[in-house]
Design a protein around this ligand. Structure first.
Ligand SMILES: CC(=O)SCCNC(=O)CCNC(=O)[C@H](O)C(C)(C)COP(=O)(O)OP(=O)(O)OC[C@H]1O[C@@H](n2cnc3c(N)ncnc32)[C@H](O)[C@@H]1OP(=O)(O)O
Ligand SMILES: CC(=O)C(=O)O
Length: 531
């Protein structure tokens, strides 16, 4: 059976730039455009030339090799010609292969937002599309508020679509701008539009205000649309746009789509999907969404004991696709929700040679449940779990013993009235027969303690020299009757390995101390250090 082509249009660098808290630099835009180009989307919308200097600059030259580079902007303003509209001039000057115009497709918006007539709006669509076509650009027309406009005045919404198509737009894109349309409505309306514009020229642009953007995009495809607009990780105005990462996963891996449609995304690129999604978060300095479909850290994580038991027998029992297909990994978490199967999976992953039925597995499980009742949470602290198991197996040498530590925090005004904050720590540690005392200052008490602790560990110093504390999280945990502080600390080393440890105590410094020492012990164990 021959397959039809579906075209992906990414608007991360334009609608994604409208996300609260997102502010791309030129370099960020270049990086993301290249990620998209590698993945194989068909169009990369770079921004809105003319709207701000950065976007105008980004369109000074084409930054990508394969995908079409699209410039976004509004149709000509009411009361002037396209040739006399600076906005249109900026779009035509942009080094873009395609121009995507946004035009109102709702009578209400024409009257209220544009304060013009329906005829003038249709003329704006026609003249803008023709002007860009005359300059040799491929033209797309985003019909803003199309679905709401259609429900209020079908004839006018369709007149906008028809005008765009007949003026030469390659794609007429139906936008659910306010994100309030339901999938069954999208299906019915796109089917109706298909009677005047063939699906091979119809696109969908869905917002996620009802959590339906991906479902609405799929409904539009079912109804005939062959062009899908969306963003990486679902960035976008308000609640975001249709998440292209999710759509790529579904379209490539679900038979009902992959058997009928081709995408520009290869299987090889699909296997980089997780990496790409996280790189975008890295560029934006955002925490990746653990629960994102396909690519989230929890997308293939099993916590419940009953599930883990089945996953160990056959992962398909609780996985709808294989994690490797999208470059993700399977995880079985150890926690108070788990059974022996969770522990066994994690022990194997960490390199312990324990087999099912070994009594030590149930002892580890009991200890995990006891400690979790105190406030520990091992699912996010695999290095502490490793150290715990090693201790229970009697495989942790007494590398060092902290005999005493003290931390001092001072807040005062100096002689010229400036506020001075100072933190100092002193640590007395025994390494074999040697007693070492180290003092350090830090930008806070935990930093001072960390520096003092790692300043001199005698014969182990070389092995911990390359440690770097990269993340510190603290949370108050309301256990039984008392609140305790839970601290999670992430370290990395010179080999690029990173790990997380946990400490729990009513005292934040003591909780931090536990997590810090677990990290050092973990590093020494992994380095094969001996007494
Ligand atoms: C649904 C979407 O996401 S559409 C994308 C929206 N994206 C953005 O707005 C981001 C970039 N925008 C901007 O930087 C600015 O809005 C600019 C540079 C485009 C325009 O700035 P300004 O000239 O100061 O206008 P302002 O933003 O206040 O208002 C928009 C104007 O465009 C008009 N307009 C809006 N949409 C359209 C359209 N599709 N076609 C023609 N005119 C339009 C409005 O009626 C309004 O006109 P008015 O000033 O006569 O009332
Ligand atoms: C064009 C666009 O971003 C919208 O209508 O939502």
């Amino acid at each position: 059976m021959s397959r039809e082509r579906l075209y992906l249009y990414d608007t991360t660098l334009r609608d994604g730039a409208q996300t609260t808290g997102v502010d791309f630099s030129l370099e960020d835009k270049r990086t993301i455009a290249n990620l998209l180009d590698k993945v194989g989307v068909d169009y990369v919308e770079g921004g809105y030339p003319g709207a701000n200097p950065l976007d105008t600059k980004f369109f000074a030259e084409k930054p990508i090799a394969n995908a079409k580079f699209a410039a976004f902007g509004m149709t000509k303003r009411a009361g002037r010609s396209a040739s006399n509209d600076p906005g249109i001039a900026a779009l035509l000057d942009a080094k873009a292969d395609a121009i995507c115009f946004v035009a109102k497709a709702s009578e209400y918006h024409v009257h209220v937002a544009l304060e013009t007539t329906t005829e003038e709006n249709l003329a704006g669509i026609r003249e803008s599309v023709e002007a860009a076509r005359e300059r040799g650009r491929e033209v797309l027309l985003d019909c803003e508020h199309f679905f709401d406009g259609y429900k209020a005045n079908r004839d006018y919404a369709l007149a906008c679509v028809k005008t765009a198509y007949e003026s030469g737009a390659r794609w007429v894109v139906l936008c659910d701008t306010n994100g309030g349309t339901m999938p069954h409505e999208v299906a019915a309306i796109v089917t109706d539009v298909g009677k005047i514009v063939p699906g091979s020229h119809l696109g969908i642009h869905a917002h996620d205000d009802c959590g339906c953007a991906v479902a609405n995009s799929l409904a539009a495809i079912e109804a005939g649309a062959r062009h899908i607009q969306g963003t990486l990780n679902g960035l976008g105005e308000r609640c975001g746009n249709a998440n292209l990462v999710t759509l790529i996963g579904a379209l490539k891996l679900k038979d009902q789509y992959s058997e009928r449609f081709d995408l520009g995304v290869s299987d090889e690129a699909l296997s980089q999907l997780t990496h790409m999604s996280r790189q975008v978060d890295e560029v934006l300095n955002r925490q990746p969404n653990r629960h994102a479909p396909f690519v989230g850290a929890s997308a293939f994580a099993t916590k419940a004991g009953i599930h883990a038991s089945a996953v160990l027998k056959d992962p398909r029992t609780y996985e709808h696709v294989e994690p490797e297909a999208v470059g993700n990994v399977r995880k079985v978490l150890v926690s108070d929700q788990g059974g022996q199967s969770n522990v066994l999976f994690e022990l194997k992953r960490l390199g312990f040679a324990l087999e099912k039925g070994d009594a030590r597995i149930s002892r580890v499980l009991e200890e995990v449940k006891r400690k979790e009742a105190e406030g520990f949470a091992f699912e996010g602290a695999d290095a502490s779990f490793y150290v715990l198991v090693k201790r229970m197996l009697g495989e942790v040498p007494a590398f060092f013993q902290v005999e005493r530590f003290s931390v001092n925090v001072e807040r005062r005004y100096n002689a010229i009235g400036e506020l001075v904050m100072a933190s100092e720590a002193i640590v007395k540690v025994r390494v074999g027969d040697e007693v070492l005392i180290s003092a350090a200052e830090g930008n806070g008490p935990v930093n001072a303690l960390d520096v003092a602790l790692r300043k001199d560990l005698g014969k182990y110093q070389d092995l911990i020299q390359d440690l770097e504390l990269t993340d510190y999280k603290v949370r108050i945990y309301q256990g039984g009757s008392d609140a305790v502080t839970r601290v999670l600390i992430e370290f990395t080393d010179g080999d690029g390995e990173s790990w997380t440890t946990i400490g729990v105590s009513p005292n934040i410094i003591d909780a931090s101390f536990q997590a810090l020492t677990d990290s050092i012990v973990y590093k020494l164990l992994r380095s094969g250090a001996e007494l």
